[in-house]
Design a protein around this ligand. Structure first.
Ligand code: HEC
Ligand code: HEC
Length: 289
């Protein structure tokens, strides 16, 4: 009897090792790439297994989507194209589309006349806490993410057809920030811009989802209560639009903001001048330890 048990356990272990080896050797290369990109940029909010339970999730309202559909079949009902657009453009309607391009999640419009009567569903209105990645990741990388996310929930979506990348992989095109001048922080213009910038920071771009100011906000990026002392305006202006130009593997997404948004956001950051005693921790580029 003991011997049979021993054999059974041995066989089970061998099967488990076999399954693991098969997965590593035969896993779709796109799924494997998607998994790696996901762990670089997404797990802080969505969790290691995509369950919406990353270390930063408790700071977010609404919380990150559970990509495994444990409670409702949300992901299962989305097409591959829906997922691609959601990752590329976010779901808030704030993605700055290139001229001539159509946004997947257009800004909420007040419906009038016929459309209102028909009660058409409006797709927009998702949370800006889901950042847009279209200026950080290439289209191929976003498709890799879709391929990986499809392994996290039951679905009957079509298999993604990857075009074999011919030569250089297409990288997102970000307009390089031009040098700008900033008004004096204490001038009326400076004050007005800083107030506007706070609104953009908290709502349109939801920087709050990743950064704390005092006790409020997320913990993926450094705490910013002393940003106004620590960093100069020109550097911040560059950084917030295209951080990858400064640190290529940073987890902060490229926003590619227009100048009319980027300047006020920087003016707001310049006002953050808490004393060391008021600031909860030393600045660090790391997540929680
Ligand atoms: C700062 C936190 C945060 C990060 C980082 C983040 N997400 Fe999200 N994500 C969210 C939130 C919050 C939602 C829910 C949005 C809503 O319901 O309005 C969401 C929703 C989604 C959805 C569902 C979209 C939909 O239609 O509702 C997908 C897919 C997704 N995220 C994928 C990703 C991928 C892939 C990455 C990494 C490249 C990523 N997320 C990084 C916070 C985050
Ligand atoms: C998905 C998370 C995320 C979002 C959203 C985000 N950041 Fe960041 N941010 C980071 C991370 C991570 C770093 C640290 C950079 C590094 O070390 O790679 C950072 C660094 C910074 C820094 C430099 C801080 C320092 O102490 O060096 C500034 C300034 C900053 N972010 C401002 C912003 C602003 C303004 C927004 C909104 C427009 C924003 N961030 C949105 C993740 C994020």
């Amino acid at each position: 009897m003991k011997r049979i048990m021993g054999w059974a356990v041995g066989a089970a272990v061998l099967i488990a090792i076999g399954v693991f080896v098969v997965r590593v050797v035969f896993e779709d290369p796109h799924v494997a790439k998607g998994r790696a990109i996901f762990s670089q940029y997404c797990t802080g909010c969505h969790g290691d297994k995509g369950r919406g339970d990353g270390f930063n999730a408790h700071n977010l309202d609404p919380g990150p989507r559970d990509l495994t559909d444990r409670v409702e079949a949300f992901m299962a009902d989305s097409t591959n194209e829906d997922l691609f657009k959601g990752i590329r453009e976010g779901v808030s309607g704030n993605f700055p589309v290139a001229a001539g391009e159509k946004a997947a999640h257009p800004k909420k419009e007040v419906k009038k006349g016929e459309a209102a009567k028909k009660g058409e569903e409006d797709e927009a209105g998702g949370s800006p806490l889901m950042p847009y990645w279209g200026y950080t990741l290439s289209e191929e990388q976003i498709w890799d993410l879709v391929a990986y996310i499809r392994t996290l929930h039951k679905n009957s979506a079509d298999k993604i057809k990857f075009k074999e990348a011919a030569g250089e992989e297409k990288k997102p095109s970000v307009s390089r920030p031009q040098p700008v001048t900033f008004p004096d922080l204490n001038s009326a213009e400076g004050q007005k811009m800083a107030v506007e910038g706070q609104g953009l920071y908290e709502t349109k771009y939801s920087c709050t989802g990743c950064h704390r100011i005092g006790e409020k906000g997320g913990q993926i990026g450094p705490e910013l209560s002393r940003a106004g002392f620590r960093m100069n305006a020109a550097w911040m202006y560059q950084w917030i639009q295209y951080p990858q130009a400064i640190r290529h593997d940073t987890k902060m997404p490229a926003f590619n903001m227009p100048e009319v948004d980027a300047k006020p956001v920087v003016m707001y950051l310049k006002t953050l001048r808490a004393t060391a005693a008021e600031s909860p921790g030393p600045p660090s580029g790391k997540g929680p330890t």
